[in-house]
Design a protein around this ligand. Sequence first.
Ligand SMILES: *[C@@H]1O[C@H](CO)[C@@H](O)[C@H](O)[C@H]1NC(C)=O
Ligand SMILES: *[C@@H]1O[C@H](CO)[C@@H](O)[C@H](O)[C@H]1NC(C)=O
Ligand SMILES: *[C@@H]1O[C@H](CO)[C@@H](O)[C@H](O)[C@H]1NC(C)=O
Ligand SMILES: *[C@@H]1O[C@H](CO)[C@@H](O)[C@H](O)[C@H]1NC(C)=O
Ligand SMILES: *[C@@H]1O[C@H](CO)[C@@H](O)[C@H](O)[C@H]1NC(C)=O
Length: 752
Amino acid sequence: VSLQTCMTFFLLWNTIAEILVSLFHTLWELNRTRVFQAGEGRLQHYSMLLDETQERLIIGGKDILYSLNLERITAPHKEIHWPSSEEQVGDCLMQGREKPECANYIKLVQHYNSTHLLACGTGAFSPVCAYIRVGRGTEVNLLLLESDHIESGRGRCPFHPNSPSASTMYRGELFVGLYTDYWENDAALYRLGNRSFIRTEVGDRQQLNEPKFVGSAVIPDNDDPADDKVYYFFTERVANIEGGNKAVYTRVARVCANDQGGQRMLVNRWSSFLKTRLICSVAGPNGIDTHFDELKDVFVLRKKDEKNPEIFGLFSTTSAVFKGYAVCMYNMEDIRAAFNGPFAYRERTDHHWKVYDGRVPYPRPGSCASKINGGQFSSSKEYPDEVLRFVRSHPFMFQAVQPVHRRPILLDTEGGRKLTQLAVDRVEAEDGHYNVLFIGTDNSVVLKMITIYNKEADTVEEVLLEELQVFKVPVPITEILISTKRHQLYVGSELGVTQIRVHQCGLYGSACADCCLARDPYCAWDGFTCSRYYPAGLYTKRRFRRQDVRHGNAVQQCNGLQLSEKLVYGVENNSTLLECRPRSLQASVTWYIQQGVDMEEVKGDDRVIQTPHGLLLLKIAKGDAGVYVCQSTEHGFVQTVVRVTLEVLDEGKVEGLLHKGEEDEGDSPHRPPPCPFPSLPSAPSSSKLWYKDFMQLIGYSNFQQVAQYCEKVWCVSDRKRKKLKGMAPKWRYTPGAEQRARARAPRHTQGQ
Ligand SMILES: *[C@@H]1O[C@H](CO)[C@@H](O)[C@H](O)[C@H]1NC(C)=O
Ligand SMILES: *[C@@H]1O[C@H](CO)[C@@H](O)[C@H](O)[C@H]1NC(C)=O
Ligand SMILES: *[C@@H]1O[C@H](CO)[C@@H](O)[C@H](O)[C@H]1NC(C)=O
Ligand SMILES: *[C@@H]1O[C@H](CO)[C@@H](O)[C@H](O)[C@H]1NC(C)=O
Ligand SMILES: *[C@@H]1O[C@H](CO)[C@@H](O)[C@H](O)[C@H]1NC(C)=O
């Protein structure tokens, strides 16, 4: 009997694997996901704009602009066709370009004013911009290209569809980093205002050297808007001292939003351009750091305090040998400190950078014309030549910006997949704020993770909450936008755009422990089910919430709460376990059985065994039916932990249940388990409930422990143990199954 019972366990494992796989497919069935499929080739290169006020998602594609409903991106949408003229396409082909390149790839969509968007496209290697009337208020369905006001897009949109660019709109002016010419020689940071423009110096390799623009953002310095700064994030080439192999570094550069350039010199050129290096590295064992130098994506996480967003960078190594990815987080405080620190200086290009220790002119180069400078200068045009000359020759700060904790918050060095995109949501949980990272990969998966910093040990724990496959076929994810208001992600690839809810608490099961162990800061157990967590004060009624993201301590949070009443079916002549695990391991447990009005203590024998997990009944008899009460005693404190009603079924009835399961077999993910062991839930047989019950039984930890558990409880002999070990790996090491299983199972990995 004992071996048979253990074997039943192993059979159950197989079923669990199947259930996990099927859960993976339910993303779609649960209505958590909607996919907008664009026309063939429309999203080869594209831009996306989230418009939360008018509840739409604007996508600029190839010769087309879509306006999708934010709530349901699959709802009927609006679109504008905006192809290049035949003449432009003809010219483009004449220049020897390929047909697919000779189209209008809309690379930039920005809010322009309250009624219009600005959209710019490559225009078959002849960039163009247009204003798109979107209306406001009752005109929400409007989408109209102002076709009689098409402007040149030079300096706003690159020529080449593949060319990297980054833009920000601020007070009606466009700040953009891009290559401005056909041959991609002239990289520049531009500002295009109503009548003016300002840019980096042409051909100045000190300012920009083969940059790849990744992102930009306007961040205020203080309450004076005249001090607002625009930050650009990009990579560029740096020649090493020997002048040989050029390395790639990540930079953060900044300019004053109100920069007017100089009057006699630096006319229409930035008078405030400064830059420094962004570091993301891990210390190596022999003092040699591994640097992640190539910025892939950047996310500016805005907070209530607009002046101090958190900056997240997704980096990869540039090494040909070692491939890895890291996410680093930066404080504005540290970024500002670098810009307010010493300037860098070197005598010749083949010398090392040193601290510039000469006199720094006033007003400090790189500062804005504002009250901070005593209100002495109303515009940078009034700055002394000395200041302009200094900033022109010293654009580089000596201090690099180190990440928070001086290390990545997340590392991915396993190889195999590439990480491409990053978005971050700030979530308030019972035990503090968490930054939930959504990381796009090159194989359609979005990883949902949190990282927890342990101050005492100075370690970072990475918790993978979910792996969301957002497209049915593997495709690189090229954009992730997040709507905090709607709890939705909008994930783009060349195939289309997927909308997905950032949480699906119900997926973690309805038990308190499941919910708690998931450690998802969006979710908490509300006494009935795992549901969206709302901080106190928002829905003050819902006070009774169990959540512990930091430690995932389900025992502390949930025991004594869960399973206070339970119905368990046992099969005659078969065995079952009546679970009872008290709050504390130190507690002693006593079982009582209530039959009719009598309540008496259960005395163990060779058929009824008390285990650390509960009461094990072997070879159940009809007379065992009744209400079992588990009481724990600790420090004189007696408490009822569980009341289990045991009903005993005869085998005929069980056969019936089994066959019922076979009837609706096929591909249905809700196939009932093959046998009713260890306990058949009272609810209509749902695989998830059952999975949960089983997980509770084996204590949520490594499945391997079940083997030990079996040994302990049933005293499996050595010979039999070998047999069991041979069976165990059957599903656990099927690579596909394991990967898919991870879609559901929370995994906890230790970072460094
Ligand atoms: C999903 O949505 C469809 C249509 O909107 C609805 O019929 C179906 O019941 C929903 N399914 C779930 C699991 O909510
Ligand atoms: C917005 O800009 C467009 C294009 O320049 C212009 O036609 C329109 O009048 C502007 N709307 C407002 C409200 O200023
Ligand atoms: C540019 O024009 C817009 C309106 O068209 C105005 O709101 C904005 O202040 C102007 N910007 C500058 C720098 O003059
Ligand atoms: C249970 O086992 C006993 C003998 O061990 C047998 O007499 C009885 O018929 C069995 N009951 C069922 C329902 O199989
Ligand atoms: C217990 O139940 C399972 C499933 O119904 C069955 O395969 C097994 O033979 C039963 N064991 C005993 C001892 O009756």
